[in-house]
Design a protein around this ligand. Structure first.
Ligand SMILES: [Zn+2]
Ligand SMILES: [Zn+2]
Length: 661
């Protein structure tokens, strides 16, 4: 069953040149060429595994050799051991399954990292009783002026009780510490302390496209509902206290470690509201310059100023360009927000929103500019009706400035029609899909019925048409950042609540599902052949799994994690029998952080059917900025809202905003 995959040196160099590998690597090859036919000494050899290479033949191999951060050979143990030199490290996988490192083609890692240590994650918590217990414990340890934040990534259908918490329950577990519970981007539950902290009163006017629920006397109850404008939700989140810069560094590192724990080695960061380039990239850039990134990040630039989107991109095309950076941190073009008038909210509890008539004109200016500058771009697109209009614009730009060679894509595409898939195919675009339906499927089903749900989104059709398709999570707010939940959704066709959405013809074979997050993902960074498969010449990123993805019961897929994650030939995460290879522990700061007590998502931690308090690792107490010092973000965002095409500005005035995408 094991296929040998080892290229003769000349072929290997040809491949390396063709796929644009680093000069560092090529010079090392040329050096080695002079030593005739001796195999290169590997830095690391991994043996005795069931390694799913994700090469074109979907081969499995036993062993792999790594040198200078790249795979140099794959094959049987016997073949690969020939690459052992005096200083070669050997890791015996003991028969475990390994895969190429996961590449999430749409997530919000940079923003998520800045906030991770402040968030109590309900992703995968099995019951509302557990969720409320965690909330109560966390409220008791959270110092003023901090809040307890549960910021998306969960669905009421995952709970045994199959319902959301009530305001009474939230007030009961935390009478004094502000609690903000975001449910996807459709509503938020605030306790009374949070209502006070945000200054919502009887006199607060109703925001356009959203509702502040009130009691008989007109006082806000604490329930905020997007109908479907999520501005009220993200504006409110952004008004909470931030972490100090030091703690943001710790938080970003903890979040990357969490990614590594799930086998993620690369992501494409889709930007986000409040994620203004270059100001809000300072923490991640600092980590990059200190060599502390453990996840490769390709980042897209997301406009921040409604009505001034063109100016944002005009500025950015002058100061940076796609591809700028390196294997760990690189500009990936524009999006997922190109113009605010094109934002179609994905709240399936509400009717589909119609985009304003100005959208086409706004979008054409921006895409025209990007095409002129040969910038790849991505665009948030939920509904077919919006997509029809987006494609009108893209076709019109393409007639004037051909998009040939530019890897542009639409994100999400839940309800896209075959006709629009044809148009994307003709234009040479791609589609990045995410498991948002695993969290909102029940609501979609209720509103649109079974037949429509069956092809929401029509991923098999996209692949049949040979459109590039990448898999992703859209973590952290509208879905969990756990890619195994996405793989579970693709393979089982079920939501996190166990509701079946799809019949066989829109479900996936496990190998093919995994390809969306590995081999297929590279198209989305315009670096095809650079990573995503365990083949000679590619970046040496791999994950060794806690169980065999290919044979475990379907229900266990979402509980998978990595026990050994390697990025560029270096171990960035290790557990169980590989614990002695793990990098030094990184204590969580601030010490009250929920991450220090619960870790992050719970899908992989609920196998023992309990949520236990993890060891309290903190050794450093961080200081937190008071709300009044959040001026930078608040100012940026209030400026955004003052210009908002949604008409939200008149209501919201000086409130900040976060991101709804
Ligand atoms: Zn989006
Ligand atoms: Zn997104």
């Amino acid at each position: 069953m094991f296929n040998k995959s080892r290229l003769p040196r000349r072929e290997f160099i040809k491949l390396a040149v063709a796929s644009g590998l680093s000069t560092y690597f090529l010079s090392s090859c040329r050096r080695n060429q002079q030593t005739a036919n001796e195999p290169t000494n590997a830095d690391l050899i991994v043996i005795n595994g069931r390694i799913a290479t994700q090469d074109e033949n979907r081969s499995f191999v036993e062993a792999v050799a790594i040198a200078n951060g790249r795979f140099i050979a794959t094959g049987t143990d016997k073949e690969i051991i020939a690459y052992k030199g005096d200083n070669t490290q050997i890791i015996d996988l003991g028969g475990r399954t390994a895969i190429p490192g996961i590449n999430d083609t749409h997530t919000h890692l940079i923003r998520g990292g800045l906030n991770y240590n402040m968030e109590l994650r309900w992703d995968g918590v099995p019951s509302l009783a557990d969720a409320l217990r965690m909330l109560k414990e966390q409220a008791a340890r959270t110092p003023a002026p901090q809040w307890v934040r549960v910021i998306g990534g969960w669905s009421e259908f995952q709970f045994a009780e199959r319902r959301m918490p009530t305001l009474e329950e939230i007030n009961a577990v935390s009478p004094d510490v502000p609690v903000f519970v975001l449910h996807l981007y459709d509503r938020a539950l605030l306790n009374r302390a949070a209502v006070r902290a945000l200054g919502f009163t009887k006199n607060t006017p109703e925001p356009p496209g959203a509702t502040i629920q009130r009691d008989r006397s007109g006082n806000p109850t604490g329930l905020l509902i997007a109908q479907p404008n999520a501005g009220i939700l993200y504006a409110s989140i952004a008004r909470g206290p931030l972490l100090s810069p030091e703690d943001q560094i710790n938080s970003s590192r903890q979040y990357m470690r969490e990614m590594n724990r799930l086998g993620i080695t690369s992501v494409i960061d889709a930007g986000g509201g409040g994620q203004n380039f270059p100001d809000d990239y300072q923490i991640i850039e600092q980590l990059h310059s200190r060599g502390l990134l453990t996840v490769r990040i390709a980042y897209n630039l997301f406009t921040q100023r409604p009505g001034q989107e063109l100016e944002d991109f005009e500025r950015w095309v002058k100061i940076t360009k796609p591809g700028q950076g390196d294997d760990f941190y690189r500009n990936n073009g524009a999006g997922e927000m190109l113009v605010y008038s094109a934002a179609d909210f994905e709240d399936f509890t509400e009717p589909r929103p119609d985009l304003p008539q100005t959208m086409e004109e706004d979008l054409k200016k921006v895409i025209g500019l990007l095409a002129e500058n040969q910038w790849p771009f991505r665009l948030h697109a939920t509904y077919d009706e919006s997509i029809t209009r987006f494609l009108n614009v893209i076709e019109s730009v393409n007639r004037e400035i051909p998009l040939t060679g530019i890897h542009w894509l639409l994100d999400h595409c839940e309800t896209i029609s075959d006709a629009n898939l044809e148009r994307i195919k003709t234009l040479g675009g791609g589609i990045a899909v995410q498991h948002r339906m695993a969290f909102q499927g029940e609501n979609f089903l209720k509103r649109y019925g079974k037949e429509a749900t069956e092809r929401t989104p029509p991923i098999q059709k996209m692949l049949e048409m040979e459109i590039p398709v990448g898999g992703g999570t859209d973590g952290t707010r509208v879905a969990s950042y756990n890619p195994w939940v996405g793989l579970y959704w693709l393979v089982s066709g079920k939501t996190v609540g166990g509701t079946t959405l799809y019949s066989e013809n829109n479900r996936f074979d496990r190998m093919e599902a995994l390809r969306l997050y590995t081999a297929n993902a590279d198209w989305f960074t315009s670096t095809v052949g650079e990573k995503g498969a365990i083949v000679p010449g590619q970046l040496a990123d791999l994950a060794v799994l806690s169980a065999d993805y290919f044979s475990i019961p379907e229900e266990e897929i979402r509980g998978l994690e990595s026990v050994l994650t390697i990025v560029g030939g270096q171990t960035v995460y290790a557990d169980q029998e590989f614990s002695n290879l793990a990098p030094p522990p990184l204590p969580v700061s601030p010490d009250w952080s929920p991450v220090a007590y619960y870790g992050g998502e719970q899908y992989s931690q609920q196998k023992s059917n309990q949520i236990s308090l993890s060891t309290h690792l903190s050794t450093h107490v961080g200081c937190c900025l008071p709300a009044s010092l959040n001026s930078k973000i608040s100012n940026n965002l209030s400026a955004s809202l003052l210009n908002s095409a949604s008409g939200f500005s008149g209501w919201i005035g000086g409130m900040g905003c976060g991101c709804f995408i």
